[in-house]
Design a protein around this ligand. Structure first.
Ligand SMILES: Cc1ncc(COP(=O)(O)O)c(C=O)c1O
Length: 377
């Protein structure tokens, strides 16, 4: 089947680019001597995760229990649910553990330790837990100078129903770095903070077998990961315009795009109207604060080659507006009504979340496969 026969909007995944992105990350992790724990929240699809998991027995990260249940149903046992835990989710966690999953939670408060331990005791299971660390003020976690680190560590070590698995941090602020040098520094801050916290726990007689760090930018530019046992990264599998803007990849490395039809011309305004609005592209404007603002996405021809200076400058729910970023006129013959273009997304995770499947290409316009994905919680 050819891409031009697909109903738009739909999601296109270039298999060759996906393989290259994954292989580059595997090489980096081998050079740095750490395990990769790929994050399943980007693809929410088992085919991609199997490629990202070089060693089929390795572990993954998830951001929802739905992902955990889905990947476990595909025989992935070792799972870190890397979003702070709420009590209402614990029955599903226990159900997974009872079925044989090794699912670990993260938390950063004494209250959470108490309700997780109580649930473990109630069901006679030991729930593995990481202490979440805040290495960059991004959102959650405890800091090195906070007595909470040892309070939580001691409680996790001494309570029944829980096991202290180690420490985990995510340098989310790396997305706001202004240069590759800044990302390198951020990677070192992320490493050093996690390692220092693990040393403090051990010095106080507490176990800390796993030291887990990661984000795609820091994973890409870390120079030394001494003391770290694993790196979590997700968006590297697809890459996106935010990653390209940070210098993590080139635009030609973006594996994901949205196929859209041209549905109108507004010639006086120099606008091409498409059927990919924010429902199809997401409202993520991650490049707005970068050197090059890519609007709601960068426009490519149907073969996936970027069309210079054409971006999705605005979106409504089901309409996209393409215009020239220099406000130049449009070559209208290249955008006949009914023809198609592809849009490279700002944020692959957010755009992917709008769809239930990937149409897989091999670099040409042939569809070679369809891979289904999950959404929701
Ligand atoms: C806790 C945690 N770990 C790892 C990641 C992966 O980061 P990235 O998407 O930059 O690869 C994320 C992403 O949000 C995260 O929240």
């Amino acid at each position: 089947m050819d891409l031009l026969a697909l109903e738009t909007p739909c999601l296109i995944l270039d298999r060759g680019k996906l393989e290259k992105n994954i292989s580059n990350m595997h090489k980096r992790m081998k050079t740095l001597g750490v395990n990769l724990r790929p994050h399943g929240k980007t693809a929410k699809n088992i085919d991609v995760l199997k490629m990202a998991l070089e060693d089929q027995a390795g572990g993954i990260t998830v951001s929802t229990l739905k992902e955990a249940e889905y990947y476990f149903s595909h025989n992935i046992i070792d799972i870190v649910y890397a979003v702070g835990i709420a009590p209402v989710k614990l029955d599903r966690v226990v159900a997974l553990i009872k079925k044989g999953a090794r699912i670990a939670l993260i938390l950063d408060s004494v209250e959470q330790v108490k309700f997780v331990a109580a649930k473990g005791q109630e069901y006679d299971v030991e729930i593995p837990v990481f202490i979440e660390l805040d290495c960059d003020g991004h959102r959650s976690g405890v800091t090195l100078d906070d007595s909470l680190l040892l309070d939580i560590g001691n409680l996790l070590h001494n309570e029944e129903g829980v096991i202290l698995n180690g420490v985990l941090t995510h340098a989310g602020e790396s997305y706001n770095c202004k240069s590759v040098g800044e990302i390198r520094d951020m990677a070192e801050t992320e490493r050093a903070m996690a390692v220092k916290c693990s040393e403090l726990l051990r010095k106080n007689g507490l176990p800390c077998p796993i030291v887990s760090v990661g984000s795609t930018p820091t994973a890409n530019f870390a120079e030394d990961l001494t003391g770290v046992t694993e790196v979590r990264a997700g968006v590297f599998v697809f890459n996106d315009l935010v990653m390209a803007g940070l210098g993590v990849c080139d635009e030609s490395d973006l594996a994901l795009s949205v196929l859209t039809s041209i549905i109108g011309h507004q010639k006086r305004k120099r606008w091409v109207i498409t059927d990919a609005g924010w429902m199809a592209l997401s409202r993520d404007r991650g490049t707005a604060s970068q050197k090059v603002d890519q609007g709601a996405g960068l426009v490519c021809n149907v073969e996936g080659q970027p069309l210079n200076d054409l971006i999705v400058s605005s979106t409504n729910q089901e309409h996209g507006i393409i215009s020239n970023r220099m406000e130049k006129d449009i070559d209208w013959d290249s955008f006949e009504i009914g023809s198609m273009v592809r849009i490279l997304p700002n944020h692959a995770c957010a755009t992917g979340a709008m769809y239930d499947r990937y149409y897989i290409t091999d670099g040409s316009t042939d569809i070679i496969d369809i891979w289904y994905r999950i959404n929701g919680w």
